[in-house]
Design a binder for this molecule. Structure first.
Ligand code: GA4
Length: 325
């Protein structure tokens, strides 16, 4: 078992253990990608939640499990070994510290670029398998992101169909892959508190594809600010609308605020693909979605937004700086 150092209340954030946040929600939108109505359900889910669950996604369970098991192997290495792949600045192994501005969580992770192969400076023998699996998985995620983004455009009845997906398909696309490991925190099982694994935030990119093992902890915030727990499902993917997609749809789709609570009994492992545009891409509402309406946002490049993101705290409302008053 991997142990992080004992959490202390001074260092970590606890949230109130109220009924809403611990009750699993059955209202999470579900999209069957093999069904013809997928595109309309996706649009509705992005408008109402900025979030939905996907089944019949076509990614073989075998590919997912193999990568998961290599990731668990990595996280079970001694800390000194893992740290050889760190710090996550911007890519590599990170432990408890998230970002550059003082956020912490009950989590260790690998942050990887999707463009070039990350050069792990660690355990010689087995790394080749991990590297190969990562490469194939990242490629499968990009294809799935594109499929979903094309369905969004179709559902919104805008042309060309690849208006969103072309940004993620671009060879300069600034996409990221993240593997988060939330070790079980036995103290929680005893005191019934909720310890923050990854603090609340929205994803700055266009779209995020999350897959986790069957350990609970993931929560989303509804429009009225209540938190609901998303029942884990290791065979499905969970899709988040990112800030950039909120802007491109002029606020029709909303990026979803989400967080992860640590688990007292089981470790949680999640793998997330963040589909982002090229750094030079101008992010602004698509004219086809404006229909005579004013733009709600000042235009920015992904480079500018990403820079301001990395200067912010996790929970900040980053789009606030770009809203037209
Ligand atoms: C949230 C989404 C992605 O995980 C991430 C995160 C990034 C990081 O972990 O370095 C950030 C966070 C994320 C938003 C605000 C800043 C930057 C941590 C943080 C405090 C990789 C990303 O792109 O933005």
């Amino acid at each position: 078992m991997v142990l992080l150092s004992k959490p202390t209340t001074e260092q970590f954030t606890y949230v109130r253990n109220n009924n809403m946040s611990t009750t699993f929600s059955s209202s999470i939108p579900l999209v069957d990608l093999s069904k013809p109505d997928a595109k309309n359900l996706i649009v509705k889910a992005c408008e109402d939640f900025g979030f939905f669950k996907v089944i019949n996604h076509g990614i073989p369970m075998e590919a997912i499990s193999q990568l998961e098991s290599e990731a668990f192997k990595f996280f079970s290495l001694p800390l000194t070994e893992k740290e050889k792949a760190g710090p996550a600045n911007p890519f590599g192994y990170g432990n408890k510290k998230i970002g550059l501005n003082g956020d912490v969580g009950w989590v260790e992770y690998l942050l990887l670029t999707t463009n070039e192969e990350h050069n792990f400076k660690l355990y010689g023998r087995d790394i080749e398998k991990f590297r190969c699996l990562l490469k194939d998985y990242k490629c499968a995620m990009r294809n799935m992101a594109c499929k979903i983004l094309d369905l969004m455009a179709e559902g919104l009845k805008i042309q060309p169909k690849n208006v969103f997906s072309k940004l993620v398909m671009d060879k300069e696309s600034d996409s990221i892959f993240r593997v988060n490991h939330y070790p079980a925190c036995p103290e929680l099982a005893i005191n019934g508190k909720n310890l923050i694994g990854f603090g609340e935030h929205t994803d700055p990119q266009i779209i995020s594809l999350l897959r986790s093992n069957n350990t609970s902890g993931f929560q989303i915030s509804l429009r009225d600010g209540t938190w609901i727990s998303v029942p884990p499902d290791h065979s499905s993917f969970f899709i988040n609308v990112g800030d950039s997609l909120q802007v491109m749809t002029n606020g029709r789709f909303k990026s979803v605020r989400h967080r992860v609570l640590a688990n007292g009994i089981n470790p949680r492992l999640s793998m997330i693909y963040f589909g982002g545009p090229p750094l030079s891409e101008k992010i602004a509402p698509l004219p086809s979605l404006m229909k005579g309406k004013e733009s709600l946002y000042k235009e920015f490049t992904w480079f500018e937004y990403k820079n301001s993101t990395y200067g912010s705290r996790l929970a900040d409302n980053r789009l606030g700086n770009y809203e037209r008053i």
